[in-house]
Design a protein around this ligand. Structure first.
Ligand code: ADP
Length: 218
């Protein structure tokens, strides 16, 4: 179903959200105080308007309450981001996602009622650092503070073994949810599946258990 989104702040982050949602076929309104940014996105979003969202009347006149989801992607101006989020909440917007510049900002956004707070720079930094720190971890998705999904390149030690041989669930509490083998993806592989040398294992579990598995077998 086509959902309606409003993206406030058309910087690098908000702009990218705006573009991707539009490509996904969603109805997207882009809002920014900066006219140049708005002009740039008027070709991309369904609609783009100039407006200062710290002004309640601006948000009201845009009918912001009628959007399914509003994203506050205001960058450096933390005060404007907080005030905008507060007004959106007061106006009864169904779902608010707000971008935080730092942990304190994130805490305040959560406290005043943002449904979801995202820390794109921090999270992307972690993700890239995790990939760089390990030779075998190709990609990494943080599910919670303690759980992740990681892509692990199978090495010589692993290849030739079946999943049953590795006994990874019992020994490490981890689950192999899929195996990437060239173009092929084996979803929920069977215990008898033999791991091959160029396989990429997609593993879900507790971070400490993933660490233990990495140190032991990779
Ligand atoms: P990024 O790091 O995502 O590039 P920026 O700080 O460059 O973040 O972008 C934030 C955008 O938010 C800018 O285009 C800015 O004009 C816009 N913005 C800032 N304050 C307001 C406001 N009060 N109302 C609407 N848009 C705003």
């Amino acid at each position: 179903m086509k959902k309606s989104f409003a993206v406030i702040g058309l910087g690098r982050f908000g702009g990218s959200i705006c573009r991707t949602l539009t490509e996904e076929g969603m109805e997207v309104l882009g809002i920014d105080v900066n006219e140049e940014r708005v002009n740039e996105y008027s070709m991309i979003a369904s609609h783009a308007v100039v407006g200062d969202t710290t002004d309640e009347n601006v948000l009201k006149s845009l009918g912001i309450r009628n959007f399914d989801h509003v994203i506050v992607a205001i960058g450096d101006d933390i005060q404007a981001s907080i005030l905008t989020t507060l007004i959106l909440k007061e106006l009864g917007v169904a779902r608010i996602t707000a971008k935080a510049q730092n942990d304190y900002h994130g805490k305040v956004l959560k406290k005043i009622g943002a449904d979801q707070v995202v820390h794109p720079e921090r999270d992307m930094g972690r993700r890239i650092a995790n990939n760089m720190a390990s030779n075998s971890v190709l990609d990494y998705l943080e599910l919670s503070a303690e759980h992740s999904i990681v892509e692990i390149a199978a090495n010589k030690k692993l290849s030739g073994n079946t999943i049953m041989d590795l006994d990874i669930r019992k020994k490490y509490g981890l689950n192999i949810v899929a195996i990437k083998r060239g173009e092929e993806i084996i979803v929920s592989p069977q215990a008898k599946e033999t791991i091959q040398s160029n396989d990429v294992l997609i593993v879900i579990g507790n971070d400490q258990d993933i660490d233990r598995f990495e140190k032991k077998v990779l």
